[in-house]
Design a protein around this ligand. Structure first.
Ligand SMILES: *[C@@H]1O[C@H](CO)[C@@H](O)[C@H](O)[C@H]1NC(C)=O
Ligand SMILES: *[C@@H]1O[C@H](CO)[C@@H](O)[C@H](O)[C@H]1NC(C)=O
Ligand SMILES: *[C@@H]1O[C@H](CO)[C@@H](O)[C@H](O)[C@H]1NC(C)=O
Ligand SMILES: *[C@@H]1O[C@H](CO)[C@@H](O)[C@H](O)[C@H]1NC(C)=O
Ligand SMILES: *[C@@H]1O[C@H](CO)[C@@H](O)[C@H](O)[C@H]1NC(C)=O
Ligand SMILES: *[C@@H]1O[C@H](CO)[C@@H](O)[C@H](O)[C@H]1NC(C)=O
Length: 473
C-alpha cells in the first residue's frame, strides 16, 4: 500500500515536472512596457517554430520616437513569413539562433521603420537573400525603401550576395557577414557590398577570404570600422588604402601574415585604433611599418607567438608628431626592444607582459630613464626571463647600478681605487702591462737592427758622381 502510494507520488512529481518544462517552452511571449516610447517583446527560448501574431499591447508604443524591440532568440523558426505591422519609429528584431533557411518576399514589407535586424546563426544561403526581401510597400509603381541600419548575417551559409540586395536599404550602416564560407568575394558580392555606400561598419571576419579586390571599397566612402580577422591574408590588402581617408578602426587578427612592412598600412592616415594579434606566423615588424598611421592612438600588437623582431625604425617619421597613447605588446615572443623604438615617455599606457624579456641595459634604459616603467597597468608589470640571476624579477625592479653609463643620478660615478680591483683583475693588469712592455722592447730592438743594416749597405755602395762633360767627351 505504502509502496503503491510512493510510486504514485513519484509519478505525479515526474509528470508535473515535465509539464512545467513544457509550459516553460510554450508560454506566450513576455511584453515589457517601459513607457509609450519603449517596449520589449521577449519571445526568446520558447520553442517557437513559426512567427506568432503580435500581442495587442504592442500597439501601446504610441510615442513619436517609440523604440520597439522584438526578440526570437534561440527558437526553431525555419521560415520568416510576412511580419505584421509594428508601431514605433525604431524597430529592432532579432532572429538570432534559429533554423531559418527561407525568408519570404515582402517579409519586412509592413515594418518600414525596421532599423535593426539580426539574422545571425541561422541556415541562410546567399540564394535566399534576394533584394525583394528588404523591399518596402509598393506605391505609385515602385517599391519604397526601408530604414534598415544594422544587418547581422553572421554565422550562416552564405557564399555570395545578390548584387541588388541593398537596393532598398539606403541607410545601411552596419553589415556583419562574419563566419560565412564566402571564400572569394565574387563580382556580384562586390557589387552588393560597394552599393551600400553608407556603410560605416563592415565585418568580414572568418569568411575564408584571402583578398579584397579594389572595387569592393570603391563606393564605401563612409567606412570607419573594418574587421578582417580569421581569414587567409598573407599581407594586409592594398585595397584598404582606398578607404584610408575614413577608416578609423582596423582589426586584423589571426591571419597567416609573416611580416609587417612599409606597405602594410599604406594610406591609412586616419586610423585611430589598430589591432594585429594572434597572427601565428608573424615574425617581424619591419622599418616604417607604422609610418603611414599619422592619427593612431591605440596599437594592439599582442598574442603573435612568433613575433621576435620589431625594427627600431618601425615608427619612423611619426615620432616627431606623436599621437599614440596606448601600445600593447603583450604575449609575443619578444626578448629585446630598441631603446629608440618610440618616445616611451609620451605613452599613457604600455603593455609588455607575456614575453621573454632579457633584462639588459637597453631595457633598463626604456623602463627607468625613459619612464616606460610607470605606464604599466596595475598588476601588469612584466617579468624578466633572462639573465638567470634576474629571472622572475619585475623589469621595473632591475637596479640600474649595473648599467652606470646611462644615468648618473641613479648610479653616481665612483672614484677609482685599487681596492675596487679583485685579484683576477690585478693579474690581468700585470699581464697586460707586461705584454705592452714586451712589444715595446721588441720594436726597439728591430728598429736598431734595421738602422744598423742600412748604414752598412750604404757604406759599401757609395754613390758615384759622374761628370756630364766627361761623358760627352
Ligand atoms: C526573455 O525570456 C527568456 C526566457 O524566459 C529569459 O531567459 C530571458 O532572460 C528574457 N530576456 C529578457 C531581456 O528579458
Ligand atoms: C538554444 O537552446 C538550446 C536548448 O533548447 C541549447 O541547447 C542551445 O545551446 C541554445 N543555443 C544558444 C545559441 O544559446
Ligand atoms: C514559408 O511560409 C510560407 C507561408 O506560410 C509558405 O508559403 C512557404 O512555402 C514556406 N516556405 C518554406 C520553405 O517552408
Ligand atoms: C535614412 O536616413 C535619413 C536621415 O536620417 C532619413 O531622413 C531617411 O528617411 C532614412 N531613409 C529611410 C528609407 O528610412
Ligand atoms: C620564441 O623564440 C625562441 C628563441 O628566442 C624560440 O626558441 C622559440 O621557438 C620561439 N617560440 C615560438 C613559439 O616560435
Ligand atoms: C621587487 O622589488 C621589491 C623591493 O625591492 C621586492 O620586495 C619584490 O619582491 C621585487 N619583486 C619582484 C617580482 O622582483
Amino acid at each position: 500500500m505504502y509502496f503503491l502510494r510512493g510510486v504514485l507520488v513519484l509519478l505525479y512529481a515526474l509528470f508535473s515536472a515535465s509539464r512545467a518544462q513544457e509550459d516553460e517552452n510554450n508560454r506566450p511571449c513576455d511584453i515589457f512596457l517601459q513607457d509609450i516610447n519603449d517596449i520589449t517583446l521577449n519571445c526568446s527560448r520558447r520553442n517557437i517554430d513559426r512567427i506568432p501574431a503580435w500581442p495587442e499591447e504592442i500597439n501601446k508604443a504610441t510615442g513619436k520616437d517609440a523604440c520597439v524591440r522584438i526578440t526570437f532568440f534561440n527558437n526553431s523558426i525555419t521560415n520568416v513569413t510576412e511580419l505584421g505591422a509594428v508601431p514605433g519609429n525604431r524597430i529592432a528584431i532579432s532572429f538570432k539562433s534559429n533554423r531559418i533557411k527561407e525568408i519570404e518576399e515582402d517579409a519586412f514589407n509592413n515594418i518600414r521603420r525596421l532599423v535593426y535586424l539580426d539574422l545571425s546563426n541561422n541556415r541562410l544561403s546567399g540564394d535566399v537573400l534576394r533584394s525583394e526581401i528588404f523591399q518596402g510597400p509598393y506605391k505609385n509603381g515602385v517599391y519604397s525603401e526601408i530604414a534598415l541600419e544594422t544587418l547581422n548575417l553572421g554565422y550562416n551559409q552564405i557564399h555570395s550576395l545578390d548584387r541588388y540586395l541593398f537596393q532598398y536599404t539606403p541607410n545601411l550602416t552596419r553589415l556583419y557577414l562574419n563566419n560565412n564560407p564566402i571564400e572569394i568575394l565574387d563580382h556580384v558580392t562586390i557589387l552588393a557590398i560597394s552599393s551600400a555606400t553608407n556603410l560605416k561598419v563592415l565585418d568580414l571576419s572568418k569568411t575564408d577570404i584571402d583578398a579584397v579586390p579594389l572595387e569592393t571599397f570603391r563606393g564605401l566612402v563612409n567606412l570607419k570600422q573594418l574587421d578582417l580577422s580569421g581569414n587567409k591574408f598573407v599581407t594586409v590588402p592594398e585595397s584598404l588604402s582606398l578607404v584610408g581617408s575614413t577608416l578609423q578602426y582596423l582589426t586584423f587578427n589571426n591571419n597567416p601574415l609573416v611580416e609587417l612592412n612599409d606597405d602594410s598600412f599604406l594610406g591609412l592616415s586616419n586610423l585611430i585604433e589598430l589591432e594585429v594579434g594572434e597572427n601565428n606566423y608573424l615574425e617581424e615588424v619591419k622599418r616604417s611599418t607604422f609610418t603611414p598611421l599619422k592619427s593612431l592612438r591605440v596599437l594592439h600588437l599582442c598574442h603573435n607567438r612568433k613575433l621576435k623582431y620589431i625594427s627600431h625604425n618601425a615608427f619612423r617619421g611619426i615620432k616627431e608628431k606623436w599621437t599614440l597613447e596606448e601600445v600593447y605588446l603583450d604575449d609575443n615572443n619578444l626578448s629585446e626592444l630598441p631603446t629608440d623604438l618610440l618616445p616611451w615617455d609620451k605613452l599613457k599606457v604600455l603593455g609588455m607582459t607575456g614575453n621573454s624579456w632579457l633584462c639588459n641595459c637597453d631595457l633598463a634604459n626604456i623602463v627607468t630613464k625613459q619612464h616606460a616603467g610607470i605606464k604599466f597597468k596595475p598588476g601588469e608589470t612584466p617579468y624578466c626571463a633572462a639573465p638567470m640571476r634576474l629571472s622572475g624579477a619585475y623589469i621595473t625592479n632591475i637596479t640600474v647600478s649595473f648599467c652606470p653609463q646611462f644615468d648618473t643620478t641613479f648610479a653616481p660615478k665612483k672614484g677609482f681605487s685599487l681596492s675596487d680591483l679583485r685579484p683576477k683583475q690585478i693579474l690581468w693588469c700585470i699581464l697586460g702591462v707586461g705584454t705592452v712592455v714586451g712589444i715595446g722592447i721588441i720594436c726597439g730592438l728591430m728598429v736598431n737592427y734595421i738602422k744598423a743594416f742600412f748604414k752598412k749597405t750604404i757604406r759599401n755602395e757609395p754613390i758615384r758622381y759622374v761628370n756630364i762633360n766627361d761623358e760627352l767627351a
